[in-house]
Ligand binder design. Structure first.
Ligand code: AMP
Length: 503
């Protein structure tokens, strides 16, 4: 295994001698110098080596793998209308629909001036339009694992000519339980291929995945997975739960912020906070796992277009989303998992831009803040916040509008819901991180007893609500109950370690 651990000096794209159609697309994107992951990965992939890459979100990793793969595939480029002349040659697998969509959009831009076709398939959408596109033939297929297996089984996707595989956000794919699906997909591919694996961390599971499927990979590590971007100004304010919205309004006003992400720990809290902020005059949209795919893409789009000011989201819904120029990220709730802090604030200060990350810390958050301190290896100073006279006291507004304290109640409801199910704070953290993950929609896990519902949720987003990830202690039961609705390829979830042993 070769290690490339030192950051190389930025290199101009011109030095790469990319083929003219790709160089043109890159120039149109406004890229001049390569990011560190690009400077290190592109030449290696061009040489045809496998890569195991650790890169922070927002590092330009998509171009790092797609540009050299497109360059290598150019020899197959043709303008024939025959599907047979456009077999899938590159497969890019990602854990979530939003990530898949985002990566596919970027690849389309890079391939814009070539005859190489690309498509994206993910769950939660009608299979028919995806099928039509696949049947026409595509060279680059971006997919989430579950939906890809459905297309494989339906014989819509033939993978026997795949030369390149990218496992992106591999750590998150394992977290979600996609390992059996990945193994199944990889079993359909030719052995002779180039495999690129990108992961935020190189955990033992990731290393085992790499040793099973990568051949003599070059290791590229541009930044520690727990590093926070140096361009992000980070503040931790000590604020009571009741004062958080007031504090948010004040900081937005003082800093003259146009747009921000606001992170919360639960879907219920997410919807409630978004509604409260909207009522308080901020154009707000919510992004969480209970929303239909269509609604999520619309929410994202309206934020990208600047039609909304605030995107209130949960960690899973927002992970890996690339929205440029987000001036600020607010952690309305301190994340249950310290690594999510790094992911959250990675939304701001991306690709060299400066950003602001504000975390509201209430009394009960001491342990979580300690975890973040340990992870980012830097001392966190809690700051006090003084409220201006001219910023309206949102707490009073909340009572006037609703006759009750909206957010504070929402927060309590959420924690009650979690405690019913787990009974311990450790489990609450687990819920926060995993139970609200994207799940392949085809699986019917048994749902826990419904929590007290806000009338807002009486109108469901989707006729059939997306199944929730069962907590690990329920996984065995969930698997027993889990029935596949489309593909017989999905095997019941087994323990990661056991699978690796048998691999
Ligand atoms: P990624 O990490 O691939 O999601 O990319 C993060 C963002 O950086 C995307 O918006 C890219 O368009 C942008 N980007 C990628 N490479 C470069 C580059 N060399 N120069 C400037 N921006 C870039």
């Amino acid at each position: 295994m070769t290690d490339l651990t030192s950051d190389t000096l930025p290199m101009a794209f011109a030095q790469l001698q990319l083929a003219a159609p790709l160089a043109r697309a890159v120039a149109e994107m406004g890229y001049e110098s390569m990011t560190p992951i690009q400077a290190q990965a592109i030449p290696v992939v061009l040489q045809g080596r496998d890569v195991m890459g650790a890169a922070q979100t927002g590092t330009g990793k998509t171009a790092a793998f797609s540009l050299p793969l497109l360059q290598r595939m150019l020899k197959h480029e043709n303008s024939s209308t025959s599907p047979a002349r456009h077999p899938v040659r590159a497969l890019v697998l990602l854990p979530t629909r939003e990530l898949a969509d985002q990566v596919a959009q970027q690849i389309k831009l890079y391939a814009k001036y070539t005859n190489l076709r690309s498509a994206v398939v993910f769950g939660g959408m009608d299979m028919k339009p995806q099928t039509l596109e696949l049947k026409k033939g595509v060279e680059v297929l971006v997919a989430t694992p579950g939906r890809l297996l459905d297309h494989i089984e339906a014989k819509n996707a033939v993978l026997n000519q795949v030369e390149y595989v990218v496992l992106d956000e591999a750590d998150r794919m394992l977290d979600i339980g996609f390992l059996p699906d990945l193994q199944r997909i990889l079993s359909y591919l030719p052995k002779q291929r180039i495999t690129l694996l990108f992961s935020a961390t190189f955990s033992p599971e990731i290393k085992r995945l790499a040793s099973s499927y990568l051949q003599d990979p070059v290791t590229i590590e541009v930044a520690r997975s727990n590093a926070t971007a140096s361009t992000v100004e980070q503040h931790f304010y000590s604020v009571g739960d009741d004062d958080k919205r007031h504090a948010l309004h004040q900081i937005l006003k003082q800093r003259d912020m146009k747009q921000a992400f606001v992170f919360v720990n639960s879907k219920l809290g997410c919807a409630r906070l978004a509604r409260s902020l909207e009522r308080e005059g901020l154009k707000t949209t919510a992004l969480h796992g209970d929303k239909s795919q269509d609604e999520r893409l619309k929410a994202l789009d309206s934020f990208k277009k600047g039609e909304v000011d605030l995107l209130v989201c949960t960690d899973v819904a927002a992970r890996g989303l690339d929205i440029k120029d987000v001036p600020a990220v607010f952690n309305f709730d301190v994340p249950f998992n310290a690594e999510d802090y790094v992911h959250r604030i990675g939304r701001t200060g991306r690709a060299g831009a400066s950003g602001l990350a504000v975390t509201f810390v209430s009394k009960s958050d001491a342990r979580l803040v300690g975890d973040i301190e340990k992870l980012i290896k830097s001392k966190i100073e809690l700051e006090a916040i003084e409220f201006d006279e001219d910023v309206p006291d949102i707490r009073k507004q909340g009572r006037i509008n609703d006759g009750r304290r909206m957010y504070a109640e929402g927060a309590q409801d959420d924690s009650r819901q979690v405690r019913h199910r787990s009974g311990a704070m450790h489990d609450v953290a687990h819920e926060g991180q995993y139970a609200r993950q994207e799940r392949p929609p085809r699986r019917n896990y048994s749902r826990p007893a419904p929590a007290p519902r806000d009338p807002f949720f009486d109108k469901p987003y989707e006729p059939a609500p997306a199944p929730e990830t069962p907590p690990s202690w329920e996984a065995a039961t969930a698997v027993r109950h889990g029935a596949r609705s489309i593909s017989a390829n999905i095997k019941p979830k087994r323990r990661v370690a056991a699978l690796f042993k048998s691999a």
